[in-house]
Design a protein around this ligand. Structure first.
Ligand code: AMP
Ligand code: ZN
Length: 481
């Protein structure tokens, strides 16, 4: 593919992303030349991930693909929380080991990632494989005097000893009553009950069944917040370029990660924090605990495809709440089909690979697409640039005013855009022989002016879930999605 013009059209210095810590957009300055490190908080594997979770994972995928589109190499880590309050509770309820309990949810998670064309991270560490690193981090925090042993045998983090505590979430510590309060032992709590939090939770046979690890602090298991700090620093280093998650992670999870990591290393843990707003249903956050959730599998069962769900969850800017409605996915189906039909149409005219010659309009579309993404992943404006150009190019195709070289360049642009979007289909799945046979039957009947027979063959094709599209290369059957 001759894509010099595409490479020239994207400029990484133009990328500006919102940083939660300073509440402003800023440029990226990687710690290592040409490579960005990205830590993404992954799923707690006690259930199937819901589409709210996937909104966040798709935002992270959009971020990663955009950074790569602009020429950076990205080293991404996504953890799997396979030990916490909820996984332990589930394993005990079902009378199985923690590993046996979490395994099917981990497998389902990877299947869902693939169905949504989310690019694989460089690694997916499981919390249970990093217990020694977590113990080491606690040692460090005890040595620095910011951690202490509680009366219950657990180890806690003293947030009063870390003056910057609250900086990310803009909390004012002196306005809060802090100490080893009610929430201390739980992984999740609200801002109002900001308190010292647990680093190592002492084993309680009634609560934990047989699930514990040995440690110098006694039997127990790590706190959820500690898990991410230990895995992130082990795999990406003490300082990370970008750390992301959903807005509910800002407090206390990410605040606690900063407190743990920075108190130990004395370095800036994360340069750039980004958070996706929630997917909501009827005004409420979609969550497993509220019971108002759909999984990806639920949507597939309703007949939606992975590409449609991907498009529907990506098309709203990540810092805006996404109000989930089924008719939104229905609407997406039409937009997606317009893109795919455009690809097929261009393919019917295009010169071979490597022979693209863009028109001014195509270059302008690339510029509009790239500028949209560079502006804090403004997907709406990136898509608008693409669709305006699609409409104009379709009119030119109608008038047969698109040369083979121009059509090739248009396909090159769509290929490049799809490295970010990931939902356009370039290679239609092969058409089964019986459909090919029916297409031939229709053609022969049409040649013989036997319209009734031609209609019958066409009807049979439709009945089998295919549409017939007349292209410059003859009629083509397209699977209806
Ligand atoms: P969890 O498995 O609950 O730890 O959540 C995994 C990821 O999904 C985290 O980054 C959360 O912030 C995110 N998340 C949870 N619920 C939603 C929601 N309704 N909308 C968007 N992101 C969510
Ligand atoms: Zn995390």
């Amino acid at each position: 593919m001759s894509i010099e013009w595409i490479m020239e059209g994207v400029d990484p210095s133009k990328v500006r992303l919102f940083n939660t810590a300073i509440r402003e957009k800023e440029s990226l300055h990687p710690l290592r030349e040409g490579e960005l490190t990205l830590y993404t908080c992954g799923p707690t594997v006690y259930n199937f991930a819901h589409i709210g979770n996937f909104r966040t994972y798709l935002f992270e995928d959009l971020l990663r693909r955009t950074l790569e589109f602009f020429g950076w190499r990205v080293r991404q880590v996504m953890n799997l929380t396979d030990v916490d309050d909820k996984t332990i509770k589930g394993a005990i309820r079902e009378g199985v080991t923690l590993e046996a309990f979490t395994k099917p949810y981990i497998e389902a998670f990877f299947e869902d990632l693939e169905a949504l064309r989310i690019q694989p991270a460089s690694s997916y560490p499981k919390a249970t494989d990093y217990i020694p690193q977590m113990i080491e981090l606690i040692h460090c925090l005890l040595k620095k005097g910011v951690a202490y042993g509680g009366n219950d045998g657990s180890i806690y983090y003293s947030i009063a000893k870390f003056p910057r505590y609250g900086a990310l979430s803009h909390l004012k510590l002196d306005e809060l009553k802090v100490g080893a309060g009610e929430g201390a032992l739980h992984d999740e709590y609200e801002k109002e009950s900001a308190s010292d939090f647990v680093l190592w939770k002492a084993y309680d046979p009634d609560r934990d069944g047989g699930i514990f690890w040995e440690s110098p602090f006694g039997k127990g298991r790590p706190g959820w917040h500690l898990e991410c700090s230990a895995m992130a620093m082990d795999l990406l280093g003490d300082e990370i370029d970008i750390h992301v998650g959903g807005v509910d992670n800002i407090f206390p999870h990410h605040e606690n990660e900063i407190a743990q990591s920075e108190a130990c290393t004395g370095k800036c843990f994360v340069r750039h924090w980004m958070h996706a707003d929630h997917l909501i249903v009827d005004g409420k956050k979609m969550s497993k605990s509220a019971g108002n959730f759909f999984t990806i599998r639920d949507l597939f069962a309703k007949g939606f495809s992975g590409d449609e769900v991907r498009y529907a969850l990506l098309q709203t800017h990540y810092r805006i709440q996404l109000n989930f409605k089924f008719d939104e996915i229905e609407a997406v189906r039409a937009s997606l089909e317009r893109l795919n039909a455009f690809v097929r149409r261009l393919k019917g005219v295009a010169a071979p690979d490597g022979e693209g010659r863009p028109t001014r309009r195509t270059e302008a579309a690339l510029k509009g697409f790239a500028e949209g993404l560079a502006d804090d992943l403004n997907i709406s404006s990136a898509l608008a640039a693409l669709f305006d150009w699609l409409r104009e190019t379709n009119s030119l195709l109608d008038m047969k005013k698109v040369s083979a070289h121009e059509a090739r360049a248009a396909l090159d642009l769509l290929t490049a855009a799809n490295r970010v979007l990931g939902f356009i289909t370039f290679d239609e799945p092969p058409v089964p022989p019986e459909i090919e046979q029916l297409l031939r039957c229709r053609e022969e009947a049409r040649l013989a002016k036997n319209w009734a027979e031609a209609d019958r063959c066409r009807g049979e094709v439709l009945k089998r879930g295919y549409l017939i599209e007349d292209t410059p290369k003859g009629p083509q059957a397209i699977k209806q999605r």
